[in-house]
Ligand binder design. Structure first.
Ligand code: HDE
Length: 709
């Protein structure tokens, strides 16, 4: 027998029922809204007398099989997990609504577009693709942007991404792409990143992915927040009107607060400081009443445009530049409520590209066609049976009626005698040719074959167009991202093969990457079709060119010490409130500081828990005594030098000069610094923050060595 401790001996000698002082035992009991204390029960409703101890024979004897409460509790716990999504496992969602702001009744019979002002409930789940459920938010990855609209004629899911193109043209390559991106199968690392051999091996052997490669190496894959990302339906869909006429459509979600991403060096640090950065951001924004909003834009085009466009509109590796087909804004999406329970809603929500409504239809995009098969299939595995539409988050909010029945967890079965149709009992629903969904009657013919259309053969032209549409800063970020990722690739031949593709996109980019890798320039890859090298730049493709007009919805970090100037602090917070900027106080102690007016201000973060990477701009509101105290503090030095390196706008009081010195940047004060001397400097500072970053500093900061011109 194991050694019995003195404590256990003592307990044994004591009474038979032992209160070990567990706070749950008797003391804290859950009260419902009416203030009545609810009794804990089993799932069968049997009241529970003791939830602290298993039933056992004697105080130190064996557990008894008849302990139904223990058995049920552990049984249920053992089955709490369901398979995580095979892709997009890490996600975060919120409720809201979609409102039609411009009717499209001439183009589509979809009910939600018939009337301006029509509102339908919405549920949106954002996600990363490659990482598992517990991976960090700032992984370099595509973001999922899946929208479920509960319309009056059924659920319509736009299962999109924050990038308008995809890696592959045919769904049959999806398992290969995802296998290559996920952790390598023998070692099960690296987690949530594409910076490894298998990914780049596959990509460099898949020229059709080159356009997507430009997007994923840009800062689009390290968004600052879900709130500042675009969303795209990616594929070409159809809108079909009451007369059966079809118009092609591409869907775009445009964030009202403008686009914003973080810098790579920042992303790496955010993952350590706050792996839930994006979740927390959405949670805080919605809980504080700052509801994120997107416009729904449509690009509408007909067969004639499709025929004359340089590329195939069914090819999901291509965009249609907004200059060629302008975006028409037809609605808005507002997220205004967090879920009550993460598992019940966010985890169990089942999106499906096949969830469409009358007036909307698919195109023959081969990726979309494959997706239409996959989503239903994956839900069976994940949610355990065919009745996942009975889960409230997946159920339509409009009337529905059918004869489908039984199966695991059936909650709603047809009532009455007839469970089939046609029937002559006069029971149950009937089909409705006038109201019901009808597919667009597209003609299709041709031999049965496995063939990629010739019209899908161009792989480099739009990759180049994307690259030349970026500002210099963004181009250098793409070059640096490629260098970073390929430097994690062990095989030189894979690095080299990648650079050979870049030569078909932009020679200067290829040269910068080859140089950054210390690689001899390889010959250019042989393109399947000669790229078009003069597609004009398109401004909407750049993040920097599509930033916000204000600092609204962003977050300022105020580093505050005891004795700091109270009027400056008040002016700063007033300027934030006026702009709609959130702020947090970061202080040497979490209890906060006492300002020059002897008033206490609580802190939200202790310095090492609130590094500057968590903020969009920082203000150093420091007293002389505070400066002396912090001059040797490593976290303070990182706070300041990182804010500088990440090109943030920095406000500082006179006493903070000593800290700039300690952080090694006293001689680098540039136009991105705003001295805080008098109250009105606070408003000036917040105005400067509207630019989000002082990019001119980037070359000096030392974190971005290469600048591809
Ligand atoms: Fe998905 N994708 N996908 N995908 N996808 C899934 O469905 C799939 C693709 C996207 O928040 C899975 O419920 C195939 C493109 C989002 O719950 C699965 C192909 C786009 C989400 C699946 C693609 C997406 C998924 C895994 C290639 C952007 C998360 C779990 C043909 C337009 C939805 C699930 C959520 C999820 C299959 C490519 C977006 C396995 C076969 C392109 C946002 O069914």
């Amino acid at each position: 027998m194991a050694k019995v401790t003195a404590q256990a001996q003592k307990t044994k000698r004591g009474s038979r029922t032992i209160d070990l002082g567990n706070p749950g035992n008797g003391g804290e009991t859950h009260q419902n809204a009416g203030g009545v204390i609810e009794t804990l029960t089993t799932q069968q409703g049997t009241p529970v007398a003791d939830d602290q101890n298993t039933l056992r024979q004697g105080a130190r004897g064996p557990a008894l099989l008849e302990d139904f409460h223990f058995r049920e509790k552990i049984f249920h716990f053992d089955h709490e997990r369901i398979p995580e999504r095979v892709v997009h496992a890490r996600g975060y969602a919120a409720h809201g609504f979609f409102e039609c702001t411009q009717a499209l009744s001439d183009i589509t019979r979809a009910d939600l577009f018939q009337r301006k002002g029509e509102r339908v409930p919405a549920f949106v789940r954002f996600s990363t693709v490659a990482g598992s459920k517990g991976s960090p938010d700032l992984a370099r990855d595509v973001r999922g942007f899946a929208v479920k609209l509960y319309t009056k004629e059924g659920n319509w899911d736009i299962v999109g991404n924050n990038i308008p193109v995809f890696f592959i043209q045919d769904a049959i390559k999806f398992p290969d792409l995802i296998h290559a991106a996920k952790p390598e199968p023998d070692r099960d690392f690296p987690q949530a990143q594409t910076a490894h051999d298998n990914f780049w091996d596959f990509i460099s052997l898949t020229p059709e992915s080159m356009h997507m490669v430009m997007w994923i190496m840009s800062d689009r894959t390290i968004p600052r927040s879900f709130r500042f990302m675009e969303g795209f339906g990616v594929h070409t869909f159809r809108l079909v009107n009451a007369k059966g006429k079809s118009t092609f459509v591409k869907f775009h979600w445009k964030p009202v607060l403008g686009l914003q991403s973080v810098a790579w060096n920042e992303a790496v640090k955010i993952n350590g400081a706050d792996p839930d950065f994006h979740r927390r951001d959405l949670w805080n924004a919605i809980q504080s009443g700052n509801f994120p909003e997107w416009q729904l834009g449509v690009q509408l085009f007909d067969d004639a445009f499709a025929a004359r466009f340089d590329f195939d509109v069914l090819d999901p590796t291509k965009i249609i530049p907004e200059e060629l087909v302008p975006i028409k804004v037809v609605g808005r999406l507002v997220l205004d409520r967090m879920v009550d329970n993460f598992f019940a809603e966010t985890e169990q929500v089942a999106f499906c590209t096949q969830n469409i409504v009358p007036g909307i239809d698919f195109s023959n995009d081969p990726l979309l066609q494959g997706r239409n098969f996959s989503y239903l299939d994956t839900q069976i595995k994940r949610l355990g049976g065919p009745n996942f539409t009975h889960i409230p988050i997946n159920a339509p909010k409009c009337p529905f009626a059918h004869f489908q029945q039984d199966g695991h967890m059936a909650m709603r079965n047809p009532v009455g005698r007839a469970n089939y149709e046609p029937n002559s009992w006069g029971a149950g629903p009937r089909e409705n040719p006038a109201k019901g969904f009808t597919s667009f009657a597209e003609e299709a013919e041709g031999p049965k074959q496995r063939l990629r259309s010739e019209t899908f053969a161009d792989h480099y032209s739009q990759a180049r167009q994307f690259y030349v549409s970026q500002t210099g800063v963004e181009q250098s970020h793409i070059a640096n991202a490629l260098i970073f990722e390929l430097s994690k690739v062990e095989r030189t031949d894979i690095r080299s093969r990648m650079v050979s593709h870049l030569r078909n996109i932009d020679e200067a980019l290829a040269a910068a990457v080859a140089d950054g890798l210390g690689l001899e320039m390889p010959p250019a890859a042989k393109p399947a079709r000669k790229p078009i090298s003069d597609l004009p730049p398109s401004a909407p493709l750049s993040i920097v060119k599509n930033g916000p007009q204000s600092f609204k919805g962003r977050k300022l970090g105020i580093l505050l010490t005891d004795g700091a100037d109270a009027t400056l602090f008040a002016a700063l917070t007033a300027a934030c409130d006026k702009e709609g900027t959130q702020y947090e106080v970061i202080a040497p102690k979490i209890a906060g500081v006492t300002l020059s007016d002897r008033k206490k201000v609580p802190a939200q973060q202790k310095i090492d828990g609130g590094p500057s990477v968590l903020y969009d701009a920082v203000a150093l509101v420091i007293s002389p005594k505070g400066a002396t105290l912090l001059a040797t503090d490593a976290a303070t030095k990182d706070f300041i030098s990182d804010a500088f390196a990440h090109c943030k706008v920095i406000a500082f009081t006179a006493a903070a000069a000593g800290l700039l010195q300690a952080a090694g940047i006293a001689d680098k004060v540039d136009a991105g610094f705003v001295p805080l001397k008098e109250d009105r400097d606070a408003a000036k500072f917040i105005k400067s923050c509207r630019a989000l970053r002082y990019w001119a500093r980037e070359k000096d900061a030392g974190v971005h060595p290469v600048n591809a011109k």
